[in-house]
Write a protein that binds this ligand. Structure first.
Ligand code: ADP
Ligand code: ZN
Length: 729
């Protein structure tokens, strides 16, 4: 009897044994990666075959049998199955759930997967073509269609575009035409490749292009180029070489970066060989892209995070644009980072990987410094636009109007009067509030690690998220005795209202995740901005991503300190990326711009470094700090997060985990401590960070502890998750 192993989408770290009954007619279709339907508990579920011909050492007559083989060909190819096994290990995620995350949604249900078929028209064999042509001499359209079919069968859908139903039916009635359903021939995008004229690369571009072109097999390239320096042009030129060899390309872009303009730029250069994949597609549309990639029907796929799972027929290069972007990290379920997967796939397929950004992540810069990646730089703008100048404004003790200094309101007035646009950036997401004195600029920091304390209003105390230290919430500034302690800046709505009143002659618009819930709405707002319907732009992080605002000549950052002084050790890195990206958005068309940042600590070495020496220098300082503190990328982290209405259960579980983990030397445990959002929908949320210099050691320790945790009696009575290499805390 044949026994096979099946991965099932349940939160269990194992696969399940099933019998392969003799009665299945399509047993020859079964292979690793095939989907099958199997009984599981009282239900029937879809599973994925993970091994064939397994030896078992128990009474196999108790085993249940698989019910059906759903795939004509395995839904997950060998390469994708290998990726899945690696993912499951790397992110400590159950194998069944991992494999299902990689499947398009349509294949998570028990739909049958067959080769793509289509209706074609052809001339029946029995027809004497010469006689037929003569008999059609008076029916022009019919003759024309018949002659076309004489060259070979034609797709019904294509014919219907050109000929009327009447013409088709007339031929059919004469039995000169028959309809057949055939498996669509695969591939063919190569015939549609149509390269139009390109720019002459400048010197830096040419160096980058030839370095990438020279790569034989795998090579990791960090394309580090300021906004507008022509990174996209570099992609376009290196793609061309790969496309000419007949291989496909995957371009990963941040969710917000996937605009019709991006796609059309690639289509204009290479012709109609581009498909795009993003959250706006239906399951059916996603399935179509999946088939197109698999069959080699498209040359290029431009897509967001989950496109990294597409089963390309012959992938020749991966590009990760804006590689520093947070949206590449999945924040629930299988918490993968698409950039990590891109590296894995490129290595396994032995193809080049190009990661581009104006503000590379410290992880990638570290890889470049240690020669894992080749570091390519573009230092000047390709067009003639210049970058705006950056300034720090000390607002300590100044009276502010809705959070804005009078001097900046005056600057706004001047720019607006000249017909320019002004952008105001308000931070609102993901950063923990620190305690800051408006009179002297003092920030309360932890004695041990000099990291700013985080204000926890629920517990009414200050906590250090780096070491777990906590202290009481002071009523007055420990440095100057003033009571003017602030934790939170202004919200976007409040600011929009204020500015509308203050500048009644101009229109203000708000751009944040509330006002732009749908992509269409965001595009509407962006268009209105570009056609100058609004002059004042108030917004959050969204403003710093991908869009160009050529008429903006003044950008104001309301609260730089909130970006800098935060519990998250990545806060300064994100601050630097944000300010640099924001600067890149403003004043592109021959209008020089200014960026003004309000702060209580204008002498802070990091901001000084950023403003005076630029992002490269700034990131070098940050890397030194990280190394000194043994933080990523010089160490690896896992986060264990636990939630429940019952705080005692949460603490008991976390303390148990801590006692288990303490057995491992070289592993540093931080916490348990409250999450930044301590309470959500009535549940208390706590977490623990596990830090280790060696990834393999961390993963092995975690794997052993997870087995214990899953066996714990509280395990099923709490919500808990593990996040490997967490990006947000
Ligand atoms: P990035 O992707 O780095 O922001 P782009 O590739 O979009 O930069 O280039 C910015 C602008 O400069 C675009 O309008 C592009 O067409 C133009 N450009 C890029 N490379 C060249 C070049 N070698 N010569 C002339 N213009 C160029
Ligand atoms: Zn501390």
């Amino acid at each position: 009897m044949k026994i096979i192993q099946v991965a099932i989408p349940v939160p269990l770290r194992k696969v399940f044994d099933y019998r392969l009954p003799d009665k299945l007619t399509n047993a020859d279709k079964l292979s690793i990666g095939s989907r099958v339907s199997v009984p599981f508990g009282k239900k029937s579920v879809v599973g994925i075959v993970s091994s064939l011909d397994v030896d078992v050492h128990y009474d196999e007559s108790k085993l249940k049998s698989i019910e059906a083989i759903l795939d004509d060909f395995p839904a997950l190819s060998t390469h994708i199955m290998m990726l899945g096994a690696w993912l499951s290990e790397y992110y400590l995620h159950p194998i069944g759930e991992t494999l299902f995350t990689m499947l398009p949604a349509s294949l998570r249900k028990d739909n049958v997967l067959t080769e793509c078929k289509a209706d074609y028209f052809q001339i029946p064999e029995s027809i004497d073509r010469k006689v037929a042509v003569e008999s059609l001499s008076s029916a022009k359209r019919q003759l024309s269609l018949f002659r076309e079919l004489m060259d070979g069968m034609r797709r019904k859908a294509d014919i219907k575009n050109v000929y009327s139903t009447q013409t088709v039916n007339a031929l059919k009635d004469k039995q000169f035409l028959e309809q057949v359903e055939i498996t669509e021939p695969q591939g063919g995008w190569q015939n549609k490749l149509d390269v139009t004229e390109k720019f002459d690369a400048n010197v830096e571009q040419a160096i980058a292009i030839s370095a990438i072109n020279r790569s034989a097999g795998y090579g990791g390239f960090l394309l580090d180029g300021i906004t507008g320096s022509g990174k996209t042009e570099v992609y376009l030129q290196v793609l061309e070489k790969i496309l000419n060899t007949g291989q496909q390309i995957l371009i990963l872009v941040p969710e917000i970066g996937l605009t019709p303009q991006t796609v059309s730029r690639f289509k204009t250069r290479f012709g109609d060989i581009v498909a795009s994949m993003h959250s706006g597609l239906t399951d059916t549309q996603r399935m179509q892209v999946w088939h197109q990639a698999r069959r080699g029907d498209v040359g290029i796929v431009i897509g967001t995070r989950s496109s990294i799972f597409l089963p390309f027929k012959d992938l020749g290069m991966i590009i990760v644009d804006e590689e520093h972007d947070d949206s590449f990290k999945q924040q629930d379920g299988l918490r993968y980072h698409a950039r990590d997967l891109a590296v894995y796939r490129a290595v396994k397929l032995d193809i080049p990987l190009v990661m581009g950004s104006a503000t590379p992540s410290l992880e990638s810069l570290h890889n470049a410094n240690t020669k894992k990646y080749h570091h390519l730089t573009l230092t000047s703008r390709a067009g003639d636009a210049s970058l705006p100048s950056q300034h720090l404004l000390n607002i300590t003790g100044q009276s502010l109007l809705c959070g804005i200094a009078q001097g900046l309101l005056d600057k706004m007035q001047i720019q607006l009067a000249q017909g320019n646009q002004v952008l105001i950036f308000v931070n609102r997401r993901g950063f923990a509030p620190s305690l800051l004195c408006h009179q002297c600029g003092h920030v309360e920091t932890c004695n041990g690690c000099e990291s700013p304390f985080t204000v926890h209003s629920l517990a009414r105390n200050l906590q250090c998220h780096r070491c777990g230290e906590h202290t009481y919430l002071p009523q007055k500034c420990p440095q100057c005795g003033n009571h003017d302690l602030s934790t939170q800046g202004q919200g976007t709505e409040q600011l929009e209202q204020f500015l509308t009143q203050y500048f009644p002659d101009y229109s203000a618009v708000r751009i944040d995740s509330d006002s732009t819930r749908s992509k269409a709405r965001l595009n509407e707002i962006l268009e209105a901005i570009n056609s100058n319907k609004h002059q004042i732009l108030v917004g959050t992080q969204i403003l710093s991503k991908g869009h160009h605002f050529p008429n903006v000549t003044l950008a104001i950052v309301l609260d730089l300190d909130a970006l800098l002084f935060s519990a998250d050790f990545r806060a300064p890195e994100k601050m630097g990326q944000l300010i640099t990206q924001l600067s890149g958005r403003a004043g592109r068309a021959n209008k020089t711009g200014e960026v003004w940042m309000q702060t209580h600590q204008p002498q802070h070495p990091l901001t000084q470094d950023l403003v005076n020496n630029g992002f490269m220098d700034f990131s070098r300082s940050l890397l030194e700090e990280r190394e000194g503190a043994s933080l990523p990328p010089f160490s690896f982290q896992a986060l264990l997060r636990v939630e429940s209405r019952d705080i005692d259960k949460v603490m008991a579980f976390l303390n148990y985990a801590k006692s288990m983990l303490s057995q491992f030397k070289n592993v540093k445990i931080i916490g348990p401590m409250p999450c930044l959002i301590e309470k959500k929908q009535g549940r208390m949320r706590y977490q623990m960070i596990i830090n280790c210099r060696v990834r393999a050691y961390l993963i092995s320790a975690m794997r052993q502890v997870l087995v214990e945790l899953e066996a714990h009696k509280l395990s099923s009575r709490l919500r808990w998750q593990v996040d490997v290499q967490p990006q947000d805390f």
